[in-house]
Ligand binder design. Structure first.
Ligand SMILES: NC(=O)c1ccc[n+]([C@@H]2O[C@H](COP(=O)([O-])OP(=O)(O)OC[C@H]3O[C@@H](n4cnc5c(N)ncnc54)[C@H](OP(=O)(O)O)[C@@H]3O)[C@@H](O)[C@H]2O)c1
Length: 248
């Protein structure tokens, strides 16, 4: 496994949560990281001095942003982690606006970035990692359209791999489906809603999922994945506190 020095990596959705852990782990592995978010975030100095994190304020869902940032930074790896926190309530209490919020953020961001990546043809050997959710498989009855948006992100990432292969582009696309992480704003809100619907404390509710998924674990998992041989990378992985598991 080589270190990531020289492999400029754009992490979209890096100001907090899983994306922040991913930006930090990639920089610690030597990558120059471009950390994209709409609000400013301060990052700690990277201890070993090889990698770096440069914040970039942008709305990743705007159609022109992927082209601008890909042209400016010529990344070797792109990690899409940005997403909106869904409104946690039963279906009957949703409006179309609350139900569809993740379609207009998560899916929109994934669509614009995948499309631009295929059009601009990242350099051979590039990696693209898209964060979906375990909800894409298990469902998420309290978060409206969220499970469907995450399934769509997984499906269109597979489409992107197919189109890249047809075009002869040597780019590896993969999707990561994390389990609930109470260490992030989004995960805390979901854990609170499901624990309260089950009449349980958050702690008891989360125990059933085993070891807690943290931003640090997510970061190390992504750093390992982008360093692995391209031929060994699966189309999709489940991510838990125990790490990555290939999905069939
Ligand atoms: N945490 C979990 O339990 C969990 C479980 C399964 C799947 N996931 C998925 O993992 C991803 C990250 O979740 P998280 O828990 O880390 O979320 P989070 O803590 O809410 O962080 C979301 C990040 O995305 C950024 N972002 C949102 N919209 C953006 C936009 N339009 N342009 C640029 N940046 C944007 C936010 O920064 P700004 O607000 O500053 O823009 C923030 O940095 C999401 O796709 C989520 O669905 C999370």
């Amino acid at each position: 496994m080589s270190d990531l020095s020289g492999r400029t990596t754009i992490v979209v959705g890096a100001s907090r949560g899983l994306g922040r852990g991913i930006a930090t782990a990639l920089a610690e592995a030597g990558a120059p990281v471009i950390a994209v978010s709409r609000t400013a975030a301060a990052f700690p100095e990277i201890g070993n001095g090889s990698g770096s994190i440069q914040p970039e304020i942008a709305d990743a869902g705007e159609a022109t942003v992927p082209a601008t940032l890909i042209d400016r930074y010529e990344p070797r790896n792109i990690i899409l982690v940005a997403g909106a926190t869904p409104h946690m309530r039963p279906l009957r209490q949703h409006t179309w606006e609350t139900f569809s919020v993740n379609w207009h953020t998560d899916v929109r961001i994934t669509f614009h970035w995948l499309r631009e990546i295929l059009l601009t043809s990242l350099r051979p050997g590039s990696r693209v990692v898209v964060f979906s959710s375990g909800a894409a498989i298990a469902g998420s009855p309290l978060s409206g359209g969220y499970a469907g948006t995450n399934a769509t992100q997984k499906i269109i990432t597979c489409y992107a791999q197919g189109e890249a292969d047809q075009l002869g582009l040597d780019i590896t696309f993969t999707t990561i489906l994390p389990r609930m992480s109470p260490d992030t704003e989004l995960g805390r809100s979901a854990a609170h809603a499901y624990a309260s619907a089950a009449g349980m404390s958050i702690e008891d509710f989360l125990k059933q999922f085993g070891p807690t998924l943290t931003p640090e674990i997510a970061g190390n998992a992504v750093a390992d994945l982008v360093r692995a041989e391209a031929g060994t990378v699966a189309p999709a992985y489940l991510l838990t506190g125990a790490g990555l598991k290939k999905l069939a």
